[in-house]
Design a protein around this ligand. Structure first.
Ligand code: PEP
Ligand code: MN
Length: 355
């Protein structure tokens, strides 16, 4: 449940509510974004629910105590009706602008990364992607350059002024990845690696959480809740395809998830058509589709010579394909950007705190 304070409630009254929640062994989380202070009560309430609700209602400064119907609380729109906007360096994600995360699947060499970054920067990318620690299905495949790759990514950030997103595979890597990059990426295979979620929740960098290829939307949002509940509200969701009976494509891109998740949560949503399809010629149409259904941006893999790539060769765009895709998605984004509000809250105003 969450507590809505009266407008103009004093700091002492807010602290009184938080103190009561803490004394119950529960955790208060404040949403500072709304005109009135809202405090979520997080933890296992059990049988105390009704009695605690009444005590909170009787606490000075409290206007109303409202249940949160979903199992995820902090990431729900009920608790936090306004969109979360994540700012990194000079770019924002979730503010209605078009976010384009582009770069190679893996950082393979300094030259390969710089060549790619120079091209995508000149053609509308806003964030550099590139894997340094790679989760590969085979232990014999290229595993990434590790810290050397992180150093090249940091150099590419200096060179281009764009922030860097890169994957962190293990809690022990969080500090080093956070040192060299701006956004931590949790890959599909790790979506329910709870110790990794908590470690990223304690980090001071935004986190992009890819949907597990076998995860329901609720499981995905509960994974996001782990990060938020550990203290990091800066979470970006990424739909990257799920595994279905279809084998022609690498995965099946669940575009329905985009407006649905915008409806259920306040977090930005990115679509990754590269891993969703596994085929480079399908990336542009599905990037268009992702933006058309209201995604805040896309993540795409780009390589100067895709056929020579050390990972995901079939799905990486070459430079011409990236430029052509950018033209198309920019046009679609221009077309749908005024519908941003509609696309984010597909079936009307979500329940929660009113004006
Ligand atoms: C990636 O983006 O580098 C990646 C490995 O993607 P996913 O976790 O979606 O497979
Ligand atoms: Mn890849």
């Amino acid at each position: 449940m969450f507590v809505v304070m009266r407008s103009g409630a004093s700091e002492a009254e807010v602290n009184g509510v938080k103190g009561l929640i803490l004394a119950e062994g529960l955790t208060p989380f404040e949403n500072a974004g709304t005109s009135r202070t809202v405090i979520a009560v997080v933890g296992e309430l059990g049988k105390r629910r009704q009695q605690l609700k009444q005590r909170l209602e009787a606490t000075p400064g409290v206007a109303q105590v409202t249940p949160i119907s979903k199992p995820y609380k902090l990431v729900s729109r009920e608790f936090h009706p306004e969109d979360t906007v994540i700012r990194v360096l000079d770019t924002s994600i979730g503010d209605g602008s078009l976010t384009v995360m582009a770069g190679p699947c893996s950082v393979e060499s300094r030259d390969q990364l710089m060549e790619t970054v120079d091209f995508v920067a000149a053609h509308g990318a806003t964030i550099i992607r590139g894997g340094a620690f790679k989760p590969r299905s085979s232990p014999y495949s290229f595993q990434g350059l590790g810290v050397e790759g992180l150093r090249y990514l940091a150099e590419a950030r200096e060179r281009s002024g764009m922030p860097v997103i890169t994957e962190v595979m293990d809690p022990s890597q969080v500090d080093i990845v956070a040192e060299y990059s701006d956004i931590l990426q949790i890959g599909t295979r790790n979506m329910q690696n709870f110790s990794l979620l908590l470690a990223c929740g304690r980090a001071s960098r935004p986190v992009m959480l890819k949907r597990g290829f076998g995860a329901t939307i609720e499981e995905w949002l509960m994974a996001a809740e782990y990060i938020a509940s550990a203290g990091n509200p800066q979470v970006i969701l990424c739909e990257r395809g799920i595994r279905t009976f279809e084998t022609t494509t690498r995965n099946t891109l669940d575009l329905t998830a985009v407006p649905l998740v915008h409806h259920l949560t306040h977090l930005p949503v990115i679509v990754d058509p590269s891993h969703a399809t596994g085929k480079r010629w399908l990336v542009k149409p599905l990037a268009i589709g992702g933006i058309a259904v209201g995604a805040d941006g896309i993540m795409v893999e780009v390589h100067p010579r895709p056929d020579e790539a050390l990972s995901d060769a079939e799905q990486q765009l070459d430079f011409d394909m990236f430029a052509s895709m950018m033209k198309a998605v920019t046009a679609v984004h221009e077309h749908v950007k005024d519908m941003h509000g509609d696309l984010h809250q597909a079936s009307g105003t979500p329940t929660g705190v009113g004006a």
